[in-house]
Ligand binder design. Structure first.
Ligand SMILES: [Zn+2]
Length: 384
């Protein structure tokens, strides 16, 4: 028999074992090729020791999600989702995988983004599994690869459907109802290669790209930043990577620029492409434009059963209604929403995601765990 899953000793022990198990995303930090395999095994073991059957679902070879189901076979279903991977440890000024505790903060890589959330989900799952009158099904989605291509969340929504989802990215106890999307574009300008002395023949693709960049920057300043969304702020774009030329004494034949555009709810990849084409036309030169990747924004209905359930649960647990807002960064939430699953985000407090010093506030992890369990009850009661 295990102790009350919501005590700080239990939750701290879980969180520490998660931080001690490196799960650096191998595609974004190839020099730290840990991946999610070890942490998935730790979590499966944690769940099984508490009588919860867990399974590994491979999102890709060597990239596991942990899946588990709690509650009745019938009734509505609710996903609790957190990602298992972290960014790398380069530049960190604290031991990344030896979680020390100071003033109620737990330090270490991934403590905030987002092993605190994983610990909260596990505690909620353990608490809910003790109840024999749960009126629905809770699905755990502890997924791989959020920090890169979201292989885990995309695989999860291909295999499972649900009536709602709570993402648990750290949100300082705020209810997140929207986030931005993003679009990656590649622009190519063509010049005419010639010897550096042949001004009469050569055309520099880099000089052409300079005019495109100037036009892109003006569009960002004068148009995108003025498109302000009440929950997520303004749209924006930036020139991220550039490559061109083959030698000092050669007119550059080709220049390739990669641009990231952060999109607002309602902005589509088609719109981004059309606007970028117009921007290039205004620059007075020509460029080929290719769409490399797009991830949708999220906007969720603040009156949906899941938004109400989390709002009421947080109010009960914390003692006041949560602040409701959107965030600028992208989350896996949009993948669930795009699969037709109404999704909101609620997570713990801390600081230092992707930074040199990262920590999560232990008390916020405990209250997040309680809010998740209470949200499940309220959601099932509302829709069952
Ligand atoms: Zn995260």
């Amino acid at each position: 028999m295990h102790a009350d899953p919501f005590t700080s000793e239990e939750i701290l022990a879980t969180l520490q074992s998660l931080v001690r198990t490196p799960s650096v995303n191998p595609t974004i930090a190839p020099t730290e090729p840990y991946g999610e395999t070890a942490i998935a095994a730790v979590i499966c073991d944690w769940l099984e020791r508490r009588g919860i059957r867990a399974s590994i679902e491979e999102a890709a070879p060597g990239r596991p999600n942990v899946f588990a189901e709690i509650g009745s076979r019938t009734g509505p279903s609710l996903v609790l989702c957190a990602h298992l991977d972290t960014v790398g440890t380069a530049g960190m000024t604290i031991p990344p995988f030896e979680p020390c505790i100071e003033n109620g903060k737990v330090f270490g890589r991934g403590s905030y983004d987002m092993k605190g959330s994983v610990a909260a989900i596990l505690a909620a799952a353990a608490a809910l599994s003790h109840e024999n009158n749960l009126r629905g099904r809770v699905l755990l989605a502890l997924v791989a690869d959020e920090e890169d291509a979201s292989l885990g969340a995309r695989d999860f929504v291909r295999r499972h459907s649900a009536d709602a989802a709570i993402l648990t990215e750290p949100s300082e106890g705020r209810l997140i109802l929207a986030h931005k999307g993003f679009v990656w574009l590649e622009l190519t300008t063509r010049g005419r290669a010639a010897h550096g002395s042949r001004w009469d023949l050569g055309v520099s693709a880099i000089a052409k790209m300079a005019r495109v960049i100037e036009s892109l920057e003006r569009f960002d300043r004068e148009t995108l930043r003025r498109r302000d969304h009440p929950l997520v702020g303004p749209a924006s774009q930036h020139c991220a990577l550039i490559e061109g030329g083959s030698g000092l004494s050669t007119y550059a034949e080709k220049c390739v620029l990669r641009v990231e555009r952060r999109t607002l709810p309602g902005e589509t990849p088609e719109q981004v492409l059309a606007e970028t084409e117009a921007v290039v036309r205004r620059s007075g030169t020509e460029a080929e434009i290719r769409l490399l990747l797009d991830r949708p924004p999220l906007v969720s209905d603040s009156h949906s059963p899941i938004a109400r359930a989390v709002r009421e649960a947080a109010t009960t647990v914390v003692g006041h209604p949560p602040e409701e807002t959107g965030v600028a960064y992208w989350m896996d939430a949009a993948i669930f929403a795009a699969a037709g699953v109404p999704t909101v985000n609620y997570g713990p407090a801390g600081a230092g995601a992707h930074e040199a010093v990262e920590w999560v506030e232990l008390d916020s992890v405990i209250s997040c765990a309680k809010v998740l369990a209470e949200s499940a009850h309220r959601f099932f009661a509302a829709v069952a």
